[in-house]
Design a protein around this ligand. Structure first.
Ligand code: TZP
Ligand code: MG
Length: 214
């Protein structure tokens, strides 16, 4: 089994509408810069569906695997299973962990979004492999976003979930990384900080350099 905490260090999330460029070239640059995990999140305006979504997902999976980086699908458990993704990430209103576990292979990674200790504890009980914690800061990237929980929120959740792998999310820029790791997260997940960067490769490399190997 891979070291999940290490994989969570520089976690890129992206769908086709998070960039005006070709998402596959943005992804490849980010992979070259050192992202450690990728989540395909196809949502919002002009989101791809059906075969188009599946084709992009398969291309992204191949690219990630070329760089030995796990590929995770947001929400769409059936797509994740169909194309042999490494895992799935679900929110509080999506398919429940027990139902995912009933369908997926043993080593399938299951991540759950949480905003407070109660949701985090439930995710632990349900058997999530890791939790996303946030939003840490305000962000324009997600429409129905909840109130920011700040570094205090990360620290509080860390104190209740023991050693469970945690990745922080929401409005994260390079300048925030040290504080977020200090507060107890194992890594940072970003959309715009990499997908909207002039150089996704340099952006990924900067984030990676701020999280020291341990
Ligand atoms: N969930 C909580 S905040 C967020 C998601 C998917 C958006 C993160 O995007 P950005 O651009 O890194 O703030
Ligand atoms: Mg969701």
């Amino acid at each position: 089994m891979m070291n999940l905490k290490r994989c969570l260090r520089v976690y890129l999330i992206m769908g086709s509408n998070n960039t005006v460029r070709d998402p596959l070239s943005v992804l490849e640059e980010a992979l070259k810069g050192g992202i450690t995990l990728f989540q395909y999140r196809e949502k919002g305006a002009n989101a791809k569906v059906g075969q188009e979504k599946k084709e992009l997902a398969m291309k992204m999976k191949r690219l990630c695997h070329k760089y030995s980086v796990p590929f995770i699908v947001n929400d769409d458990v059936l797509l994740a299973l169909e194309i042999g993704a490494d895992g799935v990430h679900v929110g509080q209103d999506d398919e429940i962990v027990a139902s995912i576990k009933a369908q997926c292979p043993k080593d399938f990674i299951i991540g759950v979004s949480t905003t407070n200790s109660q949701e985090a504890n439930q995710a632990v009980k349900d058997g999530a492999d890791y939790i996303g914690v946030g939003p840490i800061y305000a962000t324009d990237t997600k429409e129905d976003v909840k109130l920011p929980i700040g570094l205090e929120g990360v620290a509080e959740i860390r104190s209740t979930v023991g050693d469970l792998p945690i990745v922080a999310i929401g409005g994260i820029k390079t300048s925030h990384v040290a504080g977020i790791i200090q507060a107890g997260a194992d890594g940072v997940s970003v959309i715009s900080a990499i997908s909207q960067a002039k150089s996704p490769k340099i952006a990924a490399r900067q984030l990676a350099s701020l999280i020291n190997p341990s």
